[in-house]
Design a protein around this ligand. Structure first.
Ligand SMILES: *[C@@H]1O[C@H](CO)[C@@H](O)[C@H](O)[C@H]1NC(C)=O
Ligand SMILES: *[C@@H]1O[C@H](CO)[C@@H](O)[C@H](O)[C@H]1NC(C)=O
Ligand SMILES: *[C@@H]1O[C@H](CO)[C@@H](O)[C@H](O)[C@H]1NC(C)=O
Ligand SMILES: *[C@@H]1O[C@H](CO)[C@@H](O)[C@H](O)[C@H]1NC(C)=O
Ligand SMILES: *[C@@H]1O[C@H](CO)[C@@H](O)[C@H](O)[C@H]1NC(C)=O
Ligand SMILES: *[C@@H]1O[C@H](CO)[C@@H](O)[C@H](O)[C@H]1NC(C)=O
Ligand SMILES: *[C@@H]1O[C@H](CO)[C@@H](O)[C@H](O)[C@H]1NC(C)=O
Ligand SMILES: *[C@@H]1O[C@H](CO)[C@@H](O)[C@H](O)[C@H]1NC(C)=O
Ligand SMILES: *[C@@H]1O[C@H](CO)[C@@H](O)[C@H](O)[C@H]1NC(C)=O
Ligand SMILES: *[C@@H]1O[C@H](CO)[C@@H](O)[C@H](O)[C@H]1NC(C)=O
Ligand SMILES: CC(=O)N[C@H]1CO[C@H](CO)[C@@H](O)[C@@H]1O
Length: 736
C-alpha cells in the first residue's frame, strides 16, 4: 500500500517537474504578464499592460511594443492595427491592414498607418493593385522625406484572358516595397473616365504578404477581403549596438547589420529562446541538428554537442564515419602492458629511492665510523684555514677519477690502489683507495690525517684531504709527477759521478723529511713503510716522502702479512718483526736499506739472485765484513773524488741496519750526517785535507758493524779496490 502511494507521489512530482520544465522552455513573457490574446502569443519585448506581479512594471520593453488585448472580441491590437502573429526570431510582426478601394469616381477607403520605428518588410510584402482601370499609390516617409511608389493596370475588351493565381500585370499589378518604408498611406484610383465597366467599376490597392493574396478575375467585380495580412519588421530602440546598452540577455548578441534604426537581439549559436529574456542551450541531440550517427551517439554540451561512441567501442561517432568494437585481445594486451610498465616504473623508482636513501645512510654511517665527527671537530678549532684538510664527498672523487677508471691507476699494491684524479678546479691529485681498514684504528687514523694535513714540508707529499663516506676512507694527496725513486734507480742503466750526486741529494732530502716527522710534529709520526717505492720525485727530481703514517691503516692480520711481505720485504726491521714494538728506529732500519739501494742499484730483495745474495742487506754486510765493499757498489759510480763519501754513506747505512734498534742512529743524526757528507762533497779541499782522519773514523765505524754479524759471504769480484780491506782491518784494530 505504502509503496503504491509513494510511487504515485513520485510520479506526480515527476509530472510536475516536467510541466515546470515545459513552462520554462516556453516562457516568452515577463513574469505575471499576459502571454496570449485570442490564441496569439505575445512574446517579450511585446506585452500587454503591466505585470500582475508588479503593478508598476510594464509587460513590454518600450511603448512601441505595447499591445492591447480586446477581451470582448479577443483582438490583439497594436495601435488600431490588428496583430496576427509576432516572431522574435525573425523579428517580424504580421498584422491585418485595410485594402484601399476606389469605385465610381470616389475614394471608398484610404488606409494609412503610423509604424513608428517599425518598417514595412521588403522581403515579405508586395504592393498590389487589382482592377481593369486601376492605379495604386503607396506613399511613405523616411525621416521627413516622403516618397511614393505604385502600379497601374488596364484591361479592355470583352474577351479577356486573365492569369488567375498570378499577379501578372493583367488585372493585377505589383511592385516591391521600397526600403525603410514607414508611416504608409495607400490610395487607389481609376484611370480616366472612359472605360468599359464590363469588368467592374472598382480598383483595389493593398500591401500584403506575398502569398496571402491570390489573384482571380472574379475579384475585379467583387473583392473578397476588407483586410489582408502584411508583415512589419521590428527593431528595438532607436540607436545601434555600438551605442552602448542593449536589451540582449545571456547567450544572445546584438545585431544591427540590416537595421537603420535600432537593433535586434539574436541567440548565440547553439542556444534558443527569447534573446530579450535570455537564451537557453539547445539540446542538439534531441533535435535533428546534430551530425552524430544517432541520438545515442550524441552528448549535449553547453552551446554545442559531441558525438561519442558507446562504451567498449572506438572510432568516430560522426555521421558517415563509424564506431567499431575494440579488439578484446588488444584491449587486454594494452591493459596488461600498461599495468606491467606502470608496475615496473613504480618498482624501479621505489627501489632507486630506497637505494639512494640506503647509500646516504651508509655514507653517514661510514663518515661517523671513520671518525668524521672527530675530524670536523678538530677542523673547526683550527685557525689556519689555508692548511685546512678538505673533506671530499664520494661524488667529488668519483667525478675526479671518472668513477675510478682503471686507466687512471698510477700505482697499486698491498695497501690498495692510487688513482690520478682531476678536481673541479683543474688541480691534479693522487687519490689513494685503501683495501681494508682496522676498526680499532679509526681514531688513530683520523689523528694522523689531522697531523699529516698540518705538515707542510717540501720533501713530504702533501695530504690535501680525505673522504670518509666510504667503508674504507679515501685519501687525497698532491700529485707528484716523476714517479718513485725505486723506478728511478732500477731503470737507470749507466751511472757516473753525477748520478751519485743526485742520489746523495735524494737520500739527504728523504732523511730530512723523515727526521722532521719523527721529531718536529707534536706526535712522532712513524712511517713504517720507508722504501724507495714510497719516495716520489717531482719535476725537479726533488724527493717527496709519501704514504707517511697511512700504512697504519693496514692491520697486521693473516692476509695482510702476505701482502706486507710482498710490498716491503727486504725493508722490514727484524727487531720489529720479532718484538712487534714499533719505534722510530724501524724507519731508520728501512732507510738504511734505501741507502743500500742508492749505493748498489740493486733491489733490496731478489729471488733471482743466488741464495747468499737474496737479501741485499745481508749481502752488503758480509761484503763489508770481507772488505769487499767495492764489489757490491754499482759499477761506474765510484771515482777518486767520491770514493770517501761512498764509504761514509756505506758505513752510515751499516749503522742503520744494526739489529739492535737502540744502536741505530736517530733519523735526525742520519739526516745531519748525510748533510755533512754532502757539504764536504761540495768542498773537495776539505775532503782531501782531512782524508786520513776521516778514513780512520770510517774504519772504526764499519768494524763495529761487521762483527755484529758473521754469516753470509761476499762473492769475489775484482774491482780494483781491494786495498780498502787493509784500511778497514787497520781501523778495526784501532777501534778495538
Ligand atoms: C503601468 O505602469 C506605469 C508605470 O510603469 C504606470 O504609469 C501606469 O499607470 C500603469 N498602468 C496600470 C494600468 O496600472
Ligand atoms: C472591442 O471590440 C468590441 C467589438 O468589436 C468593440 O465594440 C469595442 O469597442 C472594442 N474595445 C476596444 C477597447 O477596442
Ligand atoms: C486608426 O486610428 C486612428 C486614430 O488612432 C484613426 O485616425 C484612423 O482612421 C484609424 N484607421 C483605421 C484604418 O481604422
Ligand atoms: C518564427 O519564424 C521562424 C522562421 O521562419 C520559425 O521557425 C518559427 O517557428 C517562428 N516562430 C513562431 C513563434 O511563429
Ligand atoms: C456605382 O454606380 C453603379 C451604377 O452607376 C451603381 O449601381 C453602384 O451602386 C455604384 N457604386 C457605388 C459604390 O456607389
Ligand atoms: C493619404 O493619401 C491621400 C491621397 O494622396 C491623402 O488625401 C491623405 O491625406 C493622405 N493621408 C495621410 C494621413 O497622409
Ligand atoms: C468614350 O467611349 C465612347 C464609346 O465607347 C466613345 O465614343 C468616346 O469617344 C469615349 N471618350 C473618350 C474621352 O475616350
Ligand atoms: C551607430 O550609431 C552611431 C550614432 O548613434 C553612429 O555614429 C554609428 O555610425 C552607428 N554605427 C553603425 C554601425 O551603424
Ligand atoms: C545579423 O543579422 C543579419 C540579417 O538580419 C544576418 O545575416 C547576420 O548573420 C546577423 N549577424 C549575426 C552576428 O547574427
Ligand atoms: C569525425 O569525422 C568528422 C567528419 O568526417 C570530422 O569532421 C571529425 O573531425 C572527426 N572527429 C574525430 C574526433 O576524428
Ligand atoms: C460590374 C458593374 O457593376 N458594372 C456597372 C458599372 O457602372 C455602370 C454605370 O455607371 C453600369 O452600367 C455597370 O453595370
Amino acid at each position: 500500500m505504502e509503496e503504491l502511494q509513494l510511487r504515485q507521489v513520485l510520479e506526480f512530482a515527476l509530472a510536475l517537474a516536467m510541466v515546470v520544465v515545459a513552462a520554462a522552455d516556453q516562457l516568452q513573457t515577463l513574469p505575471g504578464c499576459t502571454s496570449t490574446c485570442g490564441g496569439i502569443e505575445i512574446p517579450y519585448p511585446f506585452g500587454v499592460g503591466n505585470s500582475s506581479n508588479q503593478p508598476q512594471q510594464p509587460c513590454y520593453l518600450e511603448p512601441n511594443f505595447e499591445l492591447v488585448c480586446n477581451n470582448t472580441n479577443s483582438n490583439l491590437l497594436w495601435g488600431n492595427i490588428t496583430v496576427l502573429s509576432i516572431n522574435v526570431t525573425t523579428h517580424q510582426m504580421d498584422a491585418s491592414f485595410w485594402v484601399a478601394r476606389f469605385c465610381n469616381d470616389s475614394n471608398d477607403n484610404n488606409p494609412w498607418m503610423l509604424t513608428g520605428t517599425f518598417s514595412i518588410s521588403r522581403t515579405e510584402n508586395k504592393f498590389r493593385t487589382v482592377g481593369c482601370n486601376g492605379l495604386g499609390y503607396l506613399t511613405g516617409s523616411y525621416d521627413n522625406d516622403k516618397f511614393a511608389t505604385g502600379c497601374a493596370t488596364q484591361c479592355d475588351g470583352e474577351e479577356f484572358k486573365f492569369d488567375n493565381g498570378k499577379c501578372s500585370g493583367v488585372g493585377c499589378c505589383q511592385v516591391d516595397i521600397p526600403p525603410r518604408m514607414r508611416n504608409i498611406n495607400i490610395s487607389a484610383f481609376n484611370i480616366g473616365s472612359n472605360f468599359t465597366h464590363h469588368w467592374g467599376n472598382c480598383s483595389y490597392s493593398f500591401v500584403a504578404k506575398q502569398d496571402s493574396y491570390e489573384f482571380s478575375s472574379a475579384h475585379l467585380q467583387s473583392f473578397p477581403d476588407e483586410t489582408l495580412p502584411l508583415v512589419l519588421d521590428w527593431t528595438v530602440g532607436e540607436r545601434n549596438c555600438s551605442s552602448g546598452e542593449h536589451a540582449c540577455k545571456e547567450h544572445s548578441h546584438c545585431n544591427d547589420t540590416d537595421t537603420d534604426i535600432g537593433y535586434r537581439c539574436t541567440c548565440d549559436h547553439g542556444y534558443q529562446g527569447n534573446p530579450y529574456l535570455g537564451c537557453t542551450d539547445v539540446d542538439e541531440c534531441k533535435t535533428d541538428k546534430h551530425t552524430c550517427i544517432s541520438e545515442q551517439h550524441c552528448r549535449n554540451t553547453d552551446g554545442s554537442y559531441i558525438c561519442v561512441c558507446p562504451k567498449g567501442q572506438s572510432g568516430n561517432a560522426t555521421e558517415g564515419e563509424g564506431c567499431y568494437h575494440k579488439n578484446a585481445v588488444t584491449k587486454v594486451v594494452i591493459g596488461v602492458a600498461t599495468g606491467i610498465v606502470t608496475l615496473f616504473v613504480g618498482t624501479v623508482s621505489l627501489y632507486l629511492i630506497y637505494q639512494k636513501r640506503k647509500l646516504n645512510k651508509l655514507r653517514e654511517k661510514y663518515f661517523k665510523q671513520n671518525g668524521g665527527s672527530i675530524l670536523l671537530q678538530q677542523l673547526s678549532t683550527r685557525e689556519n684555514s689555508s692548511q685546512m684538510t678538505q673533506i671530499f664527498t664520494e661524488e667529488q672523487l668519483k667525478k675526479a677519477t671518472n668513477n675510478f677508471d682503471e686507466s687512471l691507476i698510477i700505482g697499486s699494491g698491498g695497501f690498495g690502489t692510487v688513482f690520478k684524479g682531476f678536481l673541479e678546479n683543474n688541480r691534479i691529485v693522487a687519490i689513494k683507495k685503501s683495501k681494508i681498514v682496522d676498526e680499532s684504528q679509526k681514531e688513530q687514523f683520523i689523528n694522523e690525517v689531522i697531523v699529516l694535513s698540518q705538515i707542510n714540508h717540501r720533501n713530504v707529499v702533501k695530504l690535501l684531504g680525505c673522504c670518509l663516506e666510504r667503508e674504507v676512507p679515501l685519501l687525497v694527496y698532491e700529485f707528484v709527477e716523476n714517479g718513485t725513486v725505486f723506478d728511478f734507480l732500477h731503470t737507470q742503466k749507466k751511472v757516473n759521478s753525477e748520478t751519485w750526486k743526485t742520489r746523495m741529494r735524494i737520500a739527504a732530502e728523504a732523511a730530512g723529511a723523515l727526521s722532521y716527522l719523527h721529531s718536529a710534529a707534536s706526535v712522532p709520526i712513524i712511517h713504517r713503510d720507508v722504501k724507495t717505492a714510497n719516495i716520489l720525485l717531482d719535476n725537479t727530481y726533488t724527493a717527496k716522502v709519501s704514504d707517511f703514517g697511512a700504512s697504519r691503516l693496514v692491520p697486521l692480520d693473516q692476509t695482510e702479512i702476505a701482502t706486507m711481505v710482498q710490498g716491503t720485504f727486504g725493508y722490514l726491521d727484524p727487531e720489529y718483526l720479532r718484538t712487534s714494538q714499533l719505534t722510530e728506529k724501524s724507519d731508520v732500519y728501512s732507510f738504511g736499506v734505501v741507502l743500500l739501494e742508492l749505493l748498489t742499484g740493486e733491489k733490496p730483495h731478489s729471488f733471482g739472485r743466488p741464495e747468499e745474495k737474496k737479501s741485499l742487506s745481508n749481502h752488503f754486510l758480509s761484503c763489508l765484513k770481507e772488505d769487499r765493499l767495492f764489489d757490491i757498489l754499482q759499477v761506474g759510480m765510484v771515482n777518486e773524488e767520491n770514493e770517501k763519501e761512498i764509504i761514509e754513506v756505506a758505513i752510515l747505512a751499516a749503522r742503520c741496519l744494526r739489529l739492535n734498534g737502540e744502536e741505530r742512529p736517530s733519523m735526525k743524526e742520519v739526516a745531519t750526517e748525510l748533510d755533512a757528507i754532502r757539504q764536504s762533497e761540495n768542498h773537495p779541499w776539505i775532503h782531501r785535507d782531512q782524508n786520513l782522519e776521516e778514513t780512520q773514523h770510517l774504519l772504526h765505524e764499519s768494524s763495529s758493524i761487521i762483527y755484529e754479524r758473521g754469516e753470509d759471504s761476499c762473492s769475489h769480484h775484482n774491482t780494483g779496490y781491494d786495498s780498502i780491506r787493509d784500511r778497514i782491518l787497520i781501523a778495526l784494530d784501532n777501534g778495538r
